[in-house]
Design a protein around this ligand. Structure first.
Ligand SMILES: [Zn+2]
Length: 190
């Protein structure tokens, strides 16, 4: 397994809906291992395949010492309850904004071997699952903010040290792990 560079806001891969996994093969298992290894190195609570430049519907999570992955997730919401709280993203490093999410979620999909898998989560786990599944649809958490907060977030992104205004919006990679000048993503980097 290999730690992969994290794609940052501005990279078109983050805005491209990912394709469903069809082949549950060795390559998929390598992808899952890379996701988990990269997520741990970056101290993230979750990581979706597009964030390492792979357009497949796979994400990994690490919430309250529960580490795992889900392939081709489909979300179900058992109730109408909501939660509001700080959320961040490894692809938008150093920035956190209160984001409304559903409180409880049931995510159904498959594991890396093609066996049906189900993840029942509430609170932070539910937030993580919704955030990562959004990534698979090309959606970022700043899209979920209300208009005023989104405006503030976009300003903060443009002013962030890692955001390169002059560069064309192609591949932007972050170095592996934190370094001076690059804030830690915090406990809710997803
Ligand atoms: Zn994210």
């Amino acid at each position: 397994m290999t730690v992969q560079p994290i794609r940052l806001f501005g990279d078109p891969v983050l805005r491209t809906p990912a394709e469903p996994v069809v082949d549950f093969d060795k390559e998929l298992r390598r992808l899952v291992a890379d996701l988990i290894e990269t997520m741990r190195t970056e101290a993230g609570a979750g990581l979706a395949a597009p964030q390492i430049g792979v357009g497949l519907r796979v994400f990994a999570f690490d919430v309250d010492d529960v580490v795992g992955h889900l392939v081709n997730p489909v979300l179900h919401f058992p109730d109408e309850e909501e939660q509001d709280g700080p959320e961040g993203c490894l692809s938008i490093p150093g920035l956190h904004f209160d984001t409304k999410r559903r409180r409880n979620v049931v995510a159904r999909g498959f594991d890396e071997h093609g066996e049906p898998a189900q993840l029942v989560g509430s609170g932070i786990m539910a937030r993580c699952v919704q955030h990562e599944t959004d990534h698979l649809d090309g959606v970022l958490f700043v899209d979920r903010l209300d208009q005023a907060a989104r405006k503030e977030a976009m300003k903060a992104i443009r002013e962030a040290p890692w955001y390169d205004l002059g560069a064309p919006p192609v591949v932007k990679v972050s170095p592996h792990g934190p370094r001076p000048g690059r804030p830690m993503p915090g406990p809710l980097g997803l």
